[in-house]
Design a protein around this ligand. Structure first.
Ligand code: 13P
Ligand code: SF4
Length: 386
């Protein structure tokens, strides 16, 4: 069984036990207030799900989560609904109520293809908007309207219009971690699974050596180090990944000899240079499942280690405890209420949706490939900051 070794890196990093935010007692109380109890019927319906999370949820806590899990799964069937669960969801959500699981690119593809009438986005608001853009005829729900993203909040549609006025012939590649309004002003979107490929495609298609890549400054710098394309960047940051430092990596290597360090490309360039492997959340998961390292640290959101550990029992995970406060707004009780009351429905004005769709569709139409790894140990590349 995989071991989870908590290593709080920063004093203000929050609790390592992501589930503690809602916690077993919170779930138990929320279930009771909704008239849901751990009955023999609930036990029979959920025992097989416990097998997937027993490495992170103590047996004594399972009766607190199981009533909400059973009720959500029953309601999904009754309402022809699916839950799209991002890799950063806590394990009781990810493994026990998620119908489709993955990184933001995988979830976007699922939203475009699902036949369900209702999509519940267990992720943040921009992901729910992406689902609505791709599946306008479906009811798309976000369990908590406060589940935002520091990158999405860093830029507006008006900002993009100003950038385009300054660089009229340069294509705009926009990270999916943005609002529908920002996507609508963009030529094509990308995710961390395909950012370098999309930037190279845009440079070829627009016959230029310069591409605007917004809004994540670090992603832009990391992509610039991978390609020969000159990058014009914005100053957005992910509030979770910007906290990792090269010093953290040095300390983890000293404390855990032989540990393999995997980084998400929203991390600063000096962190990418010091890591052993880098890529999207899906690329990090594939690395662990294919290479089966004895001990890893995932320099990304804390819950991801728990979720990958379920399928990688021979690997130990050093968990650096950086939580995304927005992802952690999503709870079992929030998903239950969203399904029961069909709230909070995501809506997008049709003209914005149609233009944003074009930018996303260009990305989805590119040849489907495995999440592209970022080369690590690269010298830092210069970018032009707008
Ligand atoms: P992925 O596309 O790698 O899932 O990343 C989304 C995200 O929000 C990372 O912080
Ligand atoms: Fe946004 Fe960072 Fe949270 Fe991802 S981890 S949703 S990029 S704030």
């Amino acid at each position: 069984m995989a071991r989870i070794i908590d290593t709080p890196l920063h004093e203000a990093g929050g609790s390592c036990d992501a589930r503690a935010i809602h916690g077993a007692w919170g779930a138990l109380d929320a279930a009771a207030r909704r008239g849901l109890l751990y009955t023999p019927e609930v036990k029979a319906k959920t025992d097989h799900l416990y097998e997937k999370v027993k490495h992170v949820i103590p047996a004594i806590e399972w009766p607190a989560y199981a009533p909400l899990i059973a009720a959500i799964n029953d309601m999904k069937r009754a309402k022809n609904a699916v839950v799209l669960a991002h890799n950063y969801m806590t394990s009781e959500i990810f493994h026990c109520v998620g119908d489709f699981r993955g990184d933001s690119l995988q979830l976007a593809r699922e939203a475009a293809e699902t036949e369900a009438a209702v999509i519940v986005q267990a992720g943040v608001h921009f992901m729910a908007e992406t689902s609505k853009i791709l599946a306008p005829e479906k009811t798309v729900l976000i369990p908590d309207l406060r589940a935002g993203c520091s990158l999405a909040a860093s830029i507006t549609g008006a900002d993009v219009r100003l950038i385009k006025a300054r660089y009229p012939d340069v294509p705009v590649v926009t990270y999916v971690n943005t609002s529908a309004e920002v996507k609508a002003e963009s030529d094509v979107t990308c995710t961390s699974s395909n950012a370098a490929a999309v930037v190279e495609w845009a440079a070829r298609t627009w016959n230029t050596d310069r591409v605007i890549l917004i809004p994540d400054e670090y992603l832009a710098r990391n992509v610039a180090a991978q390609t020969g394309v000159k990058i014009i960047a914005w100053h957005g940051r992910c509030e979770v990944h910007e906290r990792f430092t090269a010093q953290d990596i040095a300390e983890m290597r000293a404390a855990h000899p032989g540990v393999v360090v995997l980084a998400h490309p929203e991390c600063p360039p000096d962190v990418m240079a010091a890591a052993d492997f880098a890529g999207s959340t899906a690329a990090l998961q594939h690395y662990v499942e294919e290479r089966r390292p004895a001990k890893v640290v995932l320099l990304t959101e804390c819950s991801m280690s728990d979720n990958v550990a379920a399928a990688s029992p021979s690997t130990d995970f050093v968990r650096p405890c950086n939580l995304c406060p927005h992802m952690k707004r999503i709870s079992l009780e929030g998903i239950y209420d969203a399904l029961r009351e069909l709230k909070h429905e995501v809506t997008i004005p049709e003209d914005v949706r149609a233009r944003a769709r074009q930018a996303i569709q260009r990305m989805l139409d590119l040849p489907k490939e495995k999440p592209r790894a970022f080369k690590v140990g690269m010298p830092e590349a210069a970018v032009e900051l707008v």
